[in-house]
Design a binder for this molecule. Structure first.
Ligand code: ADP
Ligand code: MG
Length: 452
């Protein structure tokens, strides 16, 4: 088994055990190396990932590795931004805390009462046309708590600033109204608290806890999809807060109507306030984001490098930051800015989406999960609207992203004629130009298809 194969298997197992958000946050850009007999070294992109994996996920990683490769007896972790530089890194260990990593460590100074991270403030939030609606709405909520947009529902793809914006609202409210009880939780945390309360026979404590907040912020609400008991409890919590004139703020990776397995009454609650989306920043905005983020870096970045990063890292502000960090870490080790060729290699690690991962079945699977339909229905002759649209989108993506031929696509969908595939493709291609919602859905879908 090669290192890549081993790590892929381990990642598959880890993915089952942790939430998607945690999986992406902590396991992205990691790799494994076997350094000595019986020893495996996990390479991680930065210091806080290292710490986090060591402290939180070591057991899980160890178990998955040992199941697949019993001869490995110990696992260690190193910060490594290049494929195999960790020997160099090891010698340099005492130096390896970069200034920007110390900044990242602020992640751990989360306020225990509000659960807010002081790092996320409006001052550092860059506004462009891609997020100005969400930003304006966020500002209004701070000025008009529970009176203007309630609830506020912000949605957008991975790494586009939802958490930053939600927490900035919380921090700003807390700053100007110290007496208000503000609380931030991921929907996962909310669910876990609920389960813990039920298990310890103290459901009332849970209710009291969540219903006393003046401002409740729930991040990534899409994860309550399909969790009936959580939705039930959430509905009551929401109603109590709302009736008592408290502000509620949500984020999600998609609009309420696209969250599958969501109780109708909850969906209509989400839709009752303001829904604002964050789309993807264009090239100029990406460059502006890089320039702003650069202010906190020690090294001067030549403009070609910034332009290069802005042109290739297109979808995700977290990846833009990651690209700056990786280049800046390299500059720190080299004591000078890496040249363009090396920058290209470094960045490729961040954005590389191995082609083989985009399979037809992956596209179909993600489309079905996204629209919450059974794969079987996609291939049947059903003309139901809730099936026709996902089917056309799947055909569109098979053509556009997978580059499948029309006869292949027609065949794949229950032996249809190739003209059906052409029709579906052209229809979606035409509609996304005029229907922003459809465009957003497809972008979100692509996020999921290309993730990992
Ligand atoms: P999401 O919750 O949508 O996945 P995050 O809020 O975690 O995304 O953002 C990812 C990273 O990008 C964070 O470090 C965040 O500070 C940064 N970021 C996102 N949007 C902006 C923005 N508009 N201005 C500055 N930084 C941003
Ligand atoms: Mg987030």
């Amino acid at each position: 088994m090669t290192n890549e194969e081993l790590w892929q298997i381990v990642l598959n197992e880890v993915e089952l055990a942790v939430s998607r958000a945690n999986f992406i946050t902590w396991f992205k850009n990691t790799s494994i190396n076997r350094t000595a007999p019986g020893v495996a070294t996990i390479c991680v992109p930065n210091g806080f990932t290292k710490e986090w994996l060591e402290n939180k996920y070591h057991k899980l990683i160890m178990r998955a590795i040992r199941t697949n490769c019993p001869e490995i007896r110990s696992v260690d972790y190193v910060i490594s931004t290049l494929p195999q530089p960790f020997i160099v890194e090891k010698q340099k260990e005492p130096e390896s805390v970069f200034p920007e990593e110390q900044l990242e460590f602020q992640e751990f100074s989360i306020d225990t009462e509000t659960n807010l991270n002081p790092r996320y403030v409006f001052d550092t939030f860059i506004v462009g046309s891609f997020n100005e609606l969400a930003y304006a709405a966020a500002q209004s909520v701070v000025k008009n708590i529970a009176s203007l947009y309630n609830p506020l529902f912000i949605y957008g793809g991975v790494g586009l600033g939802k958490t930053h914006l939600l927490q900035a609202i919380g921090n700003a409210i807390k700053q100007s109204n110290t007496n208000l009880q503000v609380h931030y939780a991921t929907s996962e945390r909310f669910t876990n608290d609920l389960i813990a309360a039920i298990q310890s026979h103290e459901p009332q404590r849970f209710k009291d806890r969540y219903r006393r907040f003046d401002v409740l912020i729930i991040d990534d609400i899409q994860f309550i999809a399909g969790k009936t008991r959580t939705q039930e409890e959430f509905f009551h919590t929401f109603n109590t807060l709302y009736e008592n004139n408290k502000q509620v703020i949500f984020s999600s990776d998609r609009p309420p109507k696209s969250i599958p397995d969501l109780e109708e009454r909850l969906r209509s609650r989400f839709e009752a306030g303001l829904i604002a989306d964050i789309s993807q920043p264009d090239y100029e905005t990406r460059l502006a984001i890089l320039q702003t983020k650069l202010a906190s870096k020690k090294h001067e970045f030549p403009v070609e490098i910034l332009e290069y990063i802005a042109s290739v890292v297109e979808k995700n502000i977290r990846e833009l930051e990651g690209a700056l960090n990786i280049v800046s870490a390299r500059a720190h080790i080299l004591h000078k800015m890496p040249d363009m060729e090396e920058v290209k290699t470094l960045i490729a690690q961040i954005i590389s989406k191995p082609k083989w991962i985009i399979t037809a079945s992956k596209i179909i699977k993600e489309v079905c999960l996204f629209y919450d339909i059974n794969e079987r229905h996609l291939f049947e002759r059903s003309r139901r609207r809730e099936i026709v649209k996902p089917r056309q989108i799947a055909m569109y993506l098979l053509r556009e992203d997978f580059r499948g031929s029309f006869p292949y696509i027609g065949q794949k969908f229950g032996g249809r004629d190739h003209t059906t595939a052409i029709h579906a493709y052209e229809k979606i291609a035409k509609n996304i130009k005029v229907d922003k919602k459809l465009m957003d859905e497809i972008l979100l879908l692509r996020d999921r298809i290309y993730e990992n």
